[in-house]
Design a protein around this ligand. Structure first.
Ligand SMILES: Nc1ncnc2c1ncn2[C@@H]1O[C@H](COP(=O)(O)OP(=O)(O)O)[C@@H](O)[C@H]1O
Ligand SMILES: [Mg+2]
Length: 266
């Protein structure tokens, strides 16, 4: 109970709430993000992409200098929960993941991950946060071409001082990579590379996994299998998962679904 006449500052009380509640893994509060308006620039993907029009038609353009992508995004994910983030192409799903991962800054609002306030961290702090508590699976696999599958799997966990060979080997086994451990990324199919990227993200047993269309390059049957496997492996570590997908079918395989539209969670 705050002392009469001495209300505690808003930010401090919000943060203490988060520290007290170990159940909350990730919390976004009124996150706002705009990009500079470069429509009409020579960037062909931005000039012609149909989703640009969708953003324009959403009435989100407030002036000609910025494109407001996230108007006010708020949601909470509990520790151990797996949550799908759906929305039309261009609605800002990848933007949310980038902001949570501290790969880009937001205009206002808060992103809290357990006791960490992402908005208060500098670049070094954000890199440390990714290394120590996050596993990230991007659409592009970003495997290191000069390293074998075995080393790609363990590289980040080693850097974070969280390498556990037994767990890496179990991941390789469950993901069907054991026979491929000595190969290099260029010697793998797209689906195999995807499974390495998933294994790598899980190898350090991170608290929070961020995944952007992690099975986007697989056919329907394999993406169901790989997602079910990924979900089960994540559950085994007690991590939380925030996964972007445009597939309602895949979203339904997780605990809960958030839908992003018109810059807000609907
Ligand atoms: N770095 C950037 N600079 C300018 N605009 C961007 C940038 N990244 C994304 N956008 C724009 O922000 C909107 C949301 O993009 P994104 O988050 O990638 O959507 P989604 O992942 O839902 O398809 C799109 O209109 C996109 O063109
Ligand atoms: Mg995207």
């Amino acid at each position: 109970m705050p002392e009469h006449g001495k209300p505690s500052p808003k930010v401090a009380s919000d943060q203490s709430k988060i520290i007290d509640n170990h159940q909350i893994a990730l919390q976004l509060r009124n996150v706002v993000k705009s990009y500079p308006n470069i429509v009409g620039s020579r960037n062909p993907s931005l000039k012609t992409a149909p989703h640009e029009k969708a953003v324009l038609n959403n009435g989100l353009i407030t002036n000609r200098d910025v494109i407001p992508v996230l108007k006010s995004v708020s949601f909470t994910i509990k520790q151990g929960e797996s949550v799908a983030l759906t929305g039309e192409s261009g609605s800002g799903k990848s933007t949310i993941l980038h902001l949570v991962a501290g790969l880009d800054r937001f205009d206002s609002g808060e992103i809290n991950i357990n006791a960490i306030s992402v908005q208060d961290l500098d670049e070094t702090g954000r890199a440390a946060m990714r290394r120590d508590i996050m596993g990230i699976i991007f659409q592009q696999f970003n495997l290191i071409p000069s390293l074998t599958v075995a080393d790609n799997l363990s590289f980040q966990a080693r850097i974070a001082n969280r390498y556990d060979q037994k767990w890496r080997d179990e991941l390789a086994d469950r993901l069907g990579l054991t026979e491929l451990m000595k190969r290099y990324p260029e010697q793998l199919s797209g689906g195999q590379q995807q499974r390495v990227a998933i294994g790598r993200a899980l190898a350090g047993k991170p608290k929070l996994i961020l995944a952007d269309e992690p099975t986007g390059n697989l056919d329907e049957g394999s993406s169901d299998d790989v997602l079910a496997l990924t979900r089960d492996l994540i559950a085994q570590t007690g991590a939380s998962l925030l996964m972007v997908t445009h597939s309602v079918r895949l979203a339904e395989m997780l605990d809960r679904r958030l839908h992003l539209s018109q810059g807000q969670i609907q």
